[in-house]
Design a protein around this ligand. Structure first.
Ligand SMILES: Cc1cc2nc3c(=O)[nH]c(=O)nc-3n(C[C@H](O)[C@H](O)[C@H](O)COP(=O)(O)O)c2cc1C
Length: 390
């Protein structure tokens, strides 16, 4: 079983990810992990924090001589901003620490501030927002990069691109080659494969920047080279569509998840929706000419690309804040503002890739098992032969 959890506050010393269940012998390309962390920090409309943080993965356990060793892996990502927060959020209860705490008592509508303050009985939402913050996705991306490195060994790649920002949309399908190219281009402002659509998306961000607002959007994660047969129809909690949807929904500010053309499909006739099946004798595999199902049928991968979309709400910290009620005085006040992003769609996509890679990686380890890569590979190759001879 592939498991992972994270720890860390947005302005604490560091974020930590703990990952367990990868076979021994997965090559850990540190430059790749580094590049993934860097990709999460990019995107037009990010706030000042990205200028401070230069995320770097520090492996504390589970990786030796460039390979996993079958032991739990611990990764640490330092928060450079900690230097500015040490007095506000010390571990020890030092003299004067409470005065320096930078309390947040005007909860932002849409953030975790009020719900968390009520739940944990805080009259200051600082501790809540510190953990709710999507800075945590840096730890997920570190964990996800390890799942990607496992999948890469078997020809599976997981990437993402932006299909919507505010009202602007990518109005056509993107090819896999286009997605690869746009992900290789670290200069791309919003990681959209179409420059006209991207110009409109940028205009949406500019409008939000100008007016002190924020803007949401849609990212699409595509997993390419996925073998058929991951996940299962047999039990509700084994269905990989449900597991991946949960994984993507867990990303901060994602409020809807779509598999393939799921939303449009619901308003179409069956004959317009299902992907017809043929047999490609040359490639010795079943094939389709469309992929409206998004690569999953019955909760099982069907050999097509796995395609999920994450719908992000506009983030809740606004330079022109909405009204709220103060946690202490209960009086009407303007919601708190602190340095914030305005648009996070490309970064959300990178977090989406990590979550999909972890979900697929988990299903992969369940199917092909293996304490060592040798064993996993043997099982995988045996299954590939079985498919060829089907
Ligand atoms: C990559 C990324 C960056 C984010 N940055 C911010 C931010 O700077 N300010 C903010 O208010 N929310 C930001 N969010 C969203 C909040 O973390 C999120 O809305 C909050 O934790 C409440 O959770 P919920 O929206 O999932 O209910 C970001 C989300 C993502 C995916």
């Amino acid at each position: 079983m592939l498991r992972f959890v994270t720890a860390g506050e947005s302005h604490g010393q560091a974020l930590v990810a703990w990952i367990s269940g990868l076979p021994a012998g997965v090559p850990v390309d540190l430059d790749f992990v580094q590049r993934e962390l860097h990709r999460r920090q990019l995107g037009y409309g990010r706030g000042g924090r990205q200028r401070i943080e230069k995320d770097a993965a520090d492996f504390l356990a589970g990786v030796r001589h460039g390979h996993t060793i079958g032991a739990p892996i611990a990764v640490r990502i330092e928060n450079r901003d900690w230097a500015n927060w040490e007095k506000a959020l010390p571990v020890e209860d030092t003299e004067g620490a409470e005065d320096a705490q930078r309390p947040l008592t005007a909860p932002r509508p849409g953030h975790a501030d009020l719900a968390g303050a009520l739940k944990f009985n805080f009259h200051d939402a600082r501790y809540v927002l510190e953990r709710a913050s999507a800075r945590e996705t840096a730890a997920r991306v570190a964990a996800g990069s390890l799942a990607k490195l496992l999948l890469r060994e078997f020809g599976v790649r997981v990437l993402s691109h932006t299909v919507g920002v505010g009202h602007a949309r990518l109005e056509r399908e993107a090819t896999w080659d286009e997605i690869v190219a746009i992900c290789d281009n670290l200069e791309s402002p919003l990681r959209c494969v179409d420059s006209d659509a991207e110009a409109k998306m940028k205009a949406e961000v500019d409008r939000a920047l100008r007016t002190g607002d924020s803007v949401g959007g849609v990212f699409e994660v595509v997993a390419h080279g996925v073998p058929p047969g991951l996940g299962s129809h047999a039990q509700w909690d084994e269905k990989l569509d449900a597991r991946l949807a949960r994984a993507v929904m867990s990303i901060q500010a994602v409020k809807a998840v779509e598999l393939g053309a799921g939303v449009a499909n619901a308003a179409s006739y069956g004959s317009e929706v299902q992907d017809e099946i043929r047999y490609d004798a040359g490639a010795k595999r079943f094939a389709r000419s469309s992929n409206r199902a998004g690569g999953l049928e019955g909760g099982i991968t069907n050999g097509q690309d796995v395609v999920l979309r994450g719908y992000l709400k506009p983030i809740s910290t606004l330079r022109r804040p909405l009204l709220t009620a103060d946690l202490k005085t209960k009086e009407a006040v303007k919601a708190a503002y602190e340095r914030s992003d305005v648009c996070v769609v490309p970064a959300g996509g990178v977090a989406g890739e990590a979550m999909v890679a972890l979900g697929l990686g988990g299903a992969f380890v369940e199917k092909f098992g293996g304490d060592s890569m040798k064993e996993t590979r043997r099982n995988f190759e045996g299954y590939a032969r079985q498919l060829e001879q089907f």
